[in-house]
Design a binder for this molecule. Structure first.
Ligand code: TRH
Length: 388
């Protein structure tokens, strides 16, 4: 008997790079997972191939259309491009309310059946998200409805991006000291730097890196700070006394700072897994640090009128309401303490370090809790199919 395979679902993701690497970092991760784990035919439209290439060196920045990891990547550079209904995907995701080309929307309205149209929103721990997750937003003129899809930290949200094999890969890596050593050595980290307390540093330029370096210089334990090239450049240059290029390192007191190359996305996970403490930022590295099961400090993306402080506090309220040293560190790092002038890293750092076991345990328990929400890609597909 001949059994017909069901037709492959097609899905388009539209990604506008607002800033840095998180927008494309998230969309690329989502695209790969939908293709690899759900056999979806994915087209990723992205307007900035240079940012993309930084996290995925295989990207050819001169190509209008290319295919990587079985995902079709299209350089989205013309908002006036024309589309016909046969070019429209079954599921259309606009990332972060980016405006998808008007002709694409018109063609969507002409499709029978109509495609599912989702707006994948930014991550926040605030409670209102639960009320807005999956809400419909009818188009003012066309017979189309867009739905909001919110990532989040509870079962009433879409959850977080998480590949099926991530946990298994992490455990295998962390339980193999030789692999960890080889990985760090290949990034230029020396044996003595590996035996110190290892910190990875990824933050925005306004972070208090110089003050923290001073506290680490006077730390009771040796600290190795690994910082990807291009991150906190002026503070790192000041510490090194020369340009902060990959491969350069310097030691003062208990602190060694080493500049690493900016690594491809999968290696960034390994870096997080290999360190004892990770400073992360934005959205995607913040989420990856949570899956690493290690202590982390989040530098939140700054917003007007300190709106980001509200988001930071909402997260800390869920994550570490009972660990004062962790809260104090995070608030100070983000300039969100009530009395800014009282920030004293020489006392914030030792208090944090004294609680490091407690904070590590919290990271592990937190990760287990997040697993209960499932993974964003599967949750998103389930929701999309429920609308069909
Ligand atoms: O780079 P980010 O600051 O990105 C974003 C964007 O600015 C965006 O506009 C904003 O909406 C969002 O923050 C909140 O931080 P993020 O989200 O952590 O993204 C960084 C990506 O870079 C992530 O996918 C991990 C990757 N990365 C590497 O691949 N290699 C590296 O060496 C490092 C340091 C990061």
């Amino acid at each position: 008997m001949h059994v017909e395979n069901p037709p492959t679902t097609s899905l388009a993701i539209f990604c506008k790079v607002v800033d840095n690497y998180g927008d494309i970092g998230i969309c690329w991760r989502l695209a790969r997972q939908l293709e690899q784990e759900h056999q979806i035919a994915v087209t990723l439209w992205v307007d900035d191939l240079r940012s993309f290439q930084r996290i995925c060196p295989d990207v050819n920045i001169h190509c209008d259309e290319q295919q990587l990891a079985n995902v079709v990547i299209k350089h989205w550079r013309n908002q006036d491009a024309q589309f016909t209904p046969d070019e429209i995907a079954d599921i259309v995701i606009e990332f972060f309310a980016c405006d998808i080309p008007p002709a694409y929307i018109t063609a969507m309205a002409m499709c029978v059946p109509r495609p599912v149209w989702l707006n994948l929103e930014g991550l926040t721990a605030e409670e209102w998200v639960e009320g807005c997750h999956t809400l419909p937003s009818p188009h003012p003129r066309l017979p189309l409805t867009k739905h909001f899809f919110f990532p989040g930290f509870t079962s009433k949200t879409g959850g977080l991006l998480l590949e099926a094999e991530l946990e298994q890969k992490r455990q295998a890596f962390q339980s193999d000291p030789v692999e960890v050593e080889n990985f760090l050595a290949q990034l230029g980290v020396t044996s003595s730097e590996m035996t110190a307390f290892k910190v990875s540093l990824f933050c925005y330029p306004q972070a208090a890196v110089t003050a923290l370096f001073q506290a680490w210089e006077e730390s009771d334990i040796p600290v190795t700070c690994l910082v990807p090239e291009g991150v906190a450049s002026s503070a790192v240059r000041m510490f090194l006394g020369e340009e902060a290029l990959a491969g350069i390192s310097s030691t003062k007191g208990a602190l060694t700072v080493r500049v690493l190359p900016f690594v491809p996305q999968p290696d960034y996970d390994k870096l997080l897994w290999a360190c004892d403490l990770n400073f992360v930022r934005g959205e995607d590295s913040f989420v990856r640090a949570q899956w690493a099961g290690k202590p982390f400090i989040w530098h939140i993306y700054p917003q007007d009128e300190n709106l980001h402080h509200v988001k930071l506090k909402a997260f800390l309220q869920r994550y570490s309401p009972d660990i004062a040293s962790a809260d104090a560190f995070s608030l100070a790092w983000n300039g969100a303490l009530n009395h800014e002038d009282l920030v004293d890293w020489s006392s914030i750092w030792p208090s944090f370090l004294a609680d490091i076991q407690k904070i590590t345990n919290r990271s592990i328990n937190w990760q287990a809790r997040l697993h209960e929400n499932g993974d964003l890609s599967s949750n998103l597909l389930r929701f999309a199919r429920s609308l069909k």
